[in-house]
Ligand binder design. Sequence first.
Ligand code: NAD
Length: 449
Amino acid sequence: MKIAVIGTGYVGLVTGASLAHLGHQVVCIDVDKDKIMLLQSGGMPIWEPGLEDMIRDAELKGMLDYSTDASAAVSGSDAVFLTIGTPSSESGEADLSALWSAVHSIAPMLPDNGLLIIKSTVPSGTCEQIESYLRKRLPFSSRIAVAHNPEFLRQGSAVRDFLAPDRLVFGASSPEAYNRLEEIYAPIKSPKIRCGLSEAELIKCASNAFLAMKISYANMMSDLCDALGVSIDAVVEGMGLDRRIGSEFLSAGAGYGGSCFPKDLHALIALASREHLDMELLKATESINRQRIQIIIQKLETALGSLEDKTVTVYGLTFKPNTDDIRESPALRICSMLQEVGARIMVYDPVVTCLPELQVDLTVDMYAAATGSDCVVIVTDWDQFRHLDWGRLRQVMRSSYVLDARNMLDTAEMAVNCERYGLHYMSMGRPSITPDCPINNRAEMTIMT
Ligand SMILES: NC(=O)c1ccc[n+]([C@@H]2O[C@H](COP(=O)([O-])OP(=O)(O)OC[C@H]3O[C@@H](n4cnc5c(N)ncnc54)[C@H](O)[C@@H]3O)[C@@H](O)[C@H]2O)c1
C-alpha cells in the first residue's frame, strides 16, 4: 500500500520505518525542514535502538522517503497516518492545534476512498470531530474514512513494540476502515481489537494513566517501606508474581516522566473535569509522582546537610534509558531543585551531550562528572551504571554518597563495594546497607504534599 505519515517525530519515524519494513511504500512528512533534510542526507534525528538499521534497509529497497510537501504523498495514498505531537496546554487539556492545522491543510488533498488514521494520542471525541469536519468540507466526504489507531510503543524499545505489540486497537466507524487497517497490519499477528473511535481514544489514555498509577503505587509503598525499614524490592516482587497484578511498571524510584504519561494523565483529568468528574485516583497519582523529587532532595539533605555549595553529580538525563528524549524527565526537575537550593550540578548522560536550558556542567565522561562531587545520584537506569568502577569513582569524589534513585543496583553487591571503598549507598524504600549512613534515620524525613 502507499502510505503517508504526517509528523516525523518519535512515533512518526518509527511508524514510517516499520510500515516500510512490513512492505508498504511510505513517505514520512514533516514541517520541520531541518529534520527532513537530515533524514534525506542519511542522518538520524532521534536515537532509538534498531531504528537506524531498519531505516537504511527500507531506504535501500526504495520503500521509504521523506518530504516537507504533503500534497503528492497524501493525494496518491491508500492511507494517511497522523503522528503529530499533542502536548499539554496550560489548562492541562491536550493542545490539538498542530493536529488540527495538519487536518486543515491535508483535507483538500485526501483522495476519494482515502483513509485518515489518527495515531496521535487525542482526547475522547476528537476523531469524531475530525470525521465530521471532513464530511462538511469535502465533496466526496462520504467515501473518506477516519480511524483511530493509538500507539502503545515505548521509547527505548519502540521498534520491537511497534512490530510485536500486545494488541492493535482499531477505532473506526465503517467496515471499510477496519478492513484497510487489517490489511496494513496483516503481517502482525497480535490480537486486533475493533471498537468505536471514542473507545479507542479512551483505551489509550486509560492505559497510560493505569501504568502511571502502578508506578505511583509502588512509590507510595516505597515511602512506607522507608518509614518501616522494610525492603520495597521484596514487596514488589511478591506482589508482581501475582498474575492479576504483574511486575511491570511496579518499581519504586524517581517517578515517571516522558512525553506521554504526564500529559495523558493531565488530559484525562481535564476531560473528566469537563464532565464534572473528579479523577481523585489520577490526581493522587500525579501528586505522588511530584513528591519523588522532594524525597530525593530530602534524602540528599539528610546525608549531606545543606546542599548550598555542595556538588551533586546527576547520572542520567533522559526520562528512561535507551532514548535521547528528555521531555518531562525527572532528572530535569531534580537539577532545577538542586539549583534552587544552591548546589553545584555536574551531569553525565550517555546520549544527551547538550542542555542549554539548565546551568549545569555536562560532561561526556562518567568519572569526570563525579570529580570533586559530594554525592552521585543515579536518576536514569542506563545499563552502564551497573558496571561502574566504584573504587575509581570513590577516588575522584570529594565525599562518599551514592543515591540510587532507580533502585537499579544490587544491594548485596553494593554492600561489598561500600565496605571495600568506603562508600555510603542510599536508595528508595530499601533499608540502608551502610550502618553509619545518616539516611537510616528515616524519622528526620517528612513527605511534603
Ligand atoms: N513518544 C512516545 O513514546 C509516544 C508513544 C505513543 C503515543 N505517542 C503520541 O504520538 C504523538 C506524537 O508523539 P511524538 O513523541 O512522536 O511527538 P514529536 O514531537 O516527537 O513529533 C511530532 C512531529 O510532528 C511534526 N509536525 C507538527 N505539525 C506538523 C504538521 N502540520 N505537518 C507535519 N508535521 C508536523 C513536528 O515537527 C514533529 O516532528 C503524540 O500524540 C504522542 O502523545 C507518543
